[in-house]
Design a protein around this ligand. Sequence first.
Ligand SMILES: Nc1ncnc2c1ncn2[C@@H]1O[C@H](COP(=O)(O)OP(=O)(O)OP(=O)(O)O)[C@@H](O)[C@H]1O
Length: 263
Amino acid sequence: MSTDEATLEPTVLLKVTGLYKKFCKDLTYNMYYGIKDLITYFFGLKPGYSSLRKKEFWALNDINFNIYEGDIVILAGVNGSGKTTLTRMLAGIYETERGTIEYHKKIKKIISVFAIKSGFNSILTGRENIYLKAAYYGMSRKETEANMNFIISFSEIAPYLDTPIGKYSSGMKTRLAMAIVLSIKSDILFIDEGFSFSDSKFKAKCYAFLKEEYYNKGKALIIATHRFEEINDIANRMIVLENGNIINTTRDVTQGIRDYLAN
Ligand SMILES: Nc1ncnc2c1ncn2[C@@H]1O[C@H](COP(=O)(O)OP(=O)(O)OP(=O)(O)O)[C@@H](O)[C@H]1O
């Protein structure tokens, strides 16, 4: 391969190697293992993560994949297949016990969105909630103020900005929440079953923005969803999970969705 060809390789933003996560199905056993593991840590040892104990199961079982610049990934799988667990591990919410998750050094900000409309306080106004929600995503007051015009104009809720959010319709809350998320310049954005759009014009605006921000600018967006028709137009990759295993990964998203729905 010539040097020119080599430079055409897209940069790996995220490399996942041999990732496992186990959970326990039984609360009593779970508490017992928790105490046992704590004692093990106390004596400076690490609990063994390579085998399953009674009532445990692999929620993620030897997961390996790369995320490249410009990837817009649908993370698919039936209920309980491991999408949320994987998203939480990638976002650093769950500790990595076995396997590695490596981010490229240019990755400075990662945002993970779980239940996009949660976290609003219904007695506070839209404007106050912008500060609240932005703080949840790690934004300072100054950064939020710098993004305020964008949030107001993107969400198109200016006339209601000083109205308590409890008076907003569900769609208005989605608009505001989405505008806050989109105002934050992250290098990788994870969305777990985030939103359902009732307004197709606003949906098209959001997807156009996501494509511009994450595909055209060489960042990455990973969306765990069951609503393929919503994201199909902008996604360029699909990863399918089943019982904690990756059973398909493809760049032919249309065919990937067809195969997924047929099986
Ligand atoms: N904290 C936990 N303790 C025990 N088991 C858990 C825990 N979190 C998830 N699980 C189990 O791990 C498996 C994977 O769950 P996960 O939430 O990742 O699935 P999912 O693909 O996101 O499902 P859905 O489409 O319903 O959101 C399921 O069997 C679930 O019951």
